[in-house]
Design a protein around this ligand. Structure first.
Ligand code: NAD
Length: 485
């Protein structure tokens, strides 16, 4: 049967779909047909108010439930998501253009993992006891209150759950604003959470552009903001949150290095470079787009990469044999084409790709540049498209310094069979998420996030709990109070 692409209504508030067509229309454009396939409306001030009021009201009772009770809701939602994975994946493919071959294994399933993981640990979130002679202190791990989540367009289902699951496990309520480019999938996450037993108002979705995000994060009822987006947006959101000293998690952009030493296993290095540059047509924040390749392996690497890129199959992303989709919209295509032109102008050697594909949709060929130098624009700025840059290097100290010579610090990877070097590189990388002999895996059990301009805080793992709760200390005196007079 499948889901209708046009959602029941634009927003999901207080356990139900809500429509208000007075808001700015947001057309959803299919990245393949380039036609409008659905339409939602940005939240009006009345809708924003309704969402925040519902979240504020619902949060107190939700936090008063036991962690095990809250966790049960999340785990039920995870099961429902897995049961409906196919339909949710089709919706995600329509929302983003990513191939169904990918969305079937990386999107709703990742959301389910987050709900299952945080549902599983919700019952064991505790404070501690600190003995001080006869007196003691105990700490209470308390919810923050109403949390706002703001999403990017590349992983709409996953982002909605990666923020929602830890927030709800800790006893918070959430108001989530998806990217205006991909507004459809988060509504399903909200719908399923409520079907699984989340009380009305615990997870709300409101649509809109930056103004709606800004209105949410500056509201005095909001205790925390978690953004997934670009660095320029991160700066604005962080500053707005600072006004009210709100907690923040910032998952921002990157320009991550991948370092391939002569002694690497060639096939793994090429596979890692493909995963780290062309999955989701390159629209992944943690991509290793600066591929440093040591001289001795460079020609073999480029040859094998070109051979494997011949297996790229573009086409209708709903065809499960297609493994490479279009970019998300016309604007992103234009941005990426602009970077490719700059790469050529600045003297990089185009090894393959570089052209828009001659078919309907925002398809751009996987593109590889060689002879890229550190100062070129394509080596310095986040492109967010299928463009891989190969840079040459001679030795370990030199490559580590160059890998770190960036304002970003999201991820980094090394391919080598020298175990000591692998760990030295991982320790030396200025990045929040590092890989040895693989790339771009993000299991819910491991912390994920960035250093430097790439972000603040971590998602996933037990670590995320610290970003959605705070500790209250309670000093308990067992002895008479001693005062100076
Ligand atoms: P974006 O920064 O343009 O928008 C992100 C979100 O912020 C959108 O929902 C947008 O409506 C909202 N927004 C914009 N201005 C705002 C404001 N002033 N106040 C509040 N909200 C505002 O990013 P995008 O183009 O949607 O996504 C691509 C970017 O996201 C890339 O830079 C990518 O690296 C990054 N990203 C990071 C991660 C991560 O986990 N680190 C994951 C995915 C994407």
């Amino acid at each position: 049967m499948g889901y209708d692409i046009q959602p029941t209504a634009s927003h999901f508030i207080d356990g139900a779909y809500v429509e208000d067509t007075a808001g700015t229309p947001i057309p959803v454009i299919c990245p393949v047909s380039e036609q409008e396939i659905a339409r939602v409306y940005a939240a009006t001030p009345a809708v924003i108010e309704q969402a925040l009021a519902a979240a504020k009201r619902a949060q107190v009772a939700w936090a008063a439930m036991t962690g095990t009770e809250r966790g049960r809701v999340l785990r039920r939602a995870a099961d429902l998501i897995r049961e409906r994975n196919y339909d949710l994946s089709v919706l995600e493919t329509n929302d983003t253009g990513k191939p169904l071959q990918e969305t079937l294994v990386a999107d709703a399933t990742s959301a389910a993992d987050a709900l299952e993981y945080f549902g599983g640990i919700a019952g064991s979130l505790t404070g501690e006891h600190v003995q001080l002679g006869e007196d003691f202190v105990y700490t209470r791990r308390e919810a923050l209150g109403v949390c706002v989540g703001i999403g990017a367009w590349n992983y709409p289902t996953q982002i909605a759950a990666w923020k929602g699951a830890p927030a709800l496990a800790c006893g918070n309520a959430m108001v989530f604003k998806p990217s205006e480019t991909t507004p459809l999938c988060a509504l399903k996450v909200a719908e399923i959470l409520h079907e699984a037993g989340a009380p009305a108002g615990i997870y709300n979705v409101v649509q809109g552009m930056g103004e709606v995000g800004h209105a949410l994060i500056t509201d005095p009822r909001v205790a925390k903001v978690s953004l997934t987006g670009s660095v320029p947006t991160g700066r604005k959101v962080y500053a707005a949150a600072a006004e009210g000293i709100r907690h923040v998690t910032m998952e921002l952009g990157g320009k991550s290095p991948m370092v391939i030493f002569d002694d690497a296993t060639l096939e793994d290095a090429v596979g890692g470079a493909i995963l780290g540059n062309f999955y989701s047509s390159g629209q992944v924040c943690s991509n290793g787009t600066r591929v440093f390749v040591q001289k001795g392996i460079k020609e073999a690497f480029l040859k094998r990469l070109s051979e494997r890129l011949a297996d790229v199959k573009m086409g209708d992303p709903l065809d499960e044999t297609v493994n490479f989709g279009p970019l998300v919209n016309a604007r992103q295509l234009e941005i990426v084409q602009g970077f490719i032109a700059k790469g050529i102008d600045e003297g990089a050697r185009l090894v393959c790709g570089g052209q828009r594909e001659d078919m309907s949709g925002y398809f751009l060929q996987p593109t590889v540049f060689a002879d890229v130098t550190d100062d070129m624009t394509i080596a310095r700025e986040e492109i967010f498209g299928p463009v891989l840059s190969v840079l040459d290097f001679e030795d370990e100290a030199e490559v580590l310094a160059r890998a770190n010579d960036t304002e970003f610090g999201l991820a980094a990877g090394v391919f080598t069979n020298d175990i000591g070097r692998a760990h030295r590189m991982a320790a030396g990388f200025e990045a929040g998420t590092c890989y040895i002999n693989t790339y771009n895996l993000a299991p819910v059990e491991a912390p994920f996030g960035g250093s430097k301009l790439s972000g603040v805080g971590r998602e996933n793992s037990k670590n995320a709990v610290d970003h959605y709760s705070e500790m209250k200390s309670v000093y308990v005196a067992m002895t008479p109070v001693e005062a100076p007079f």
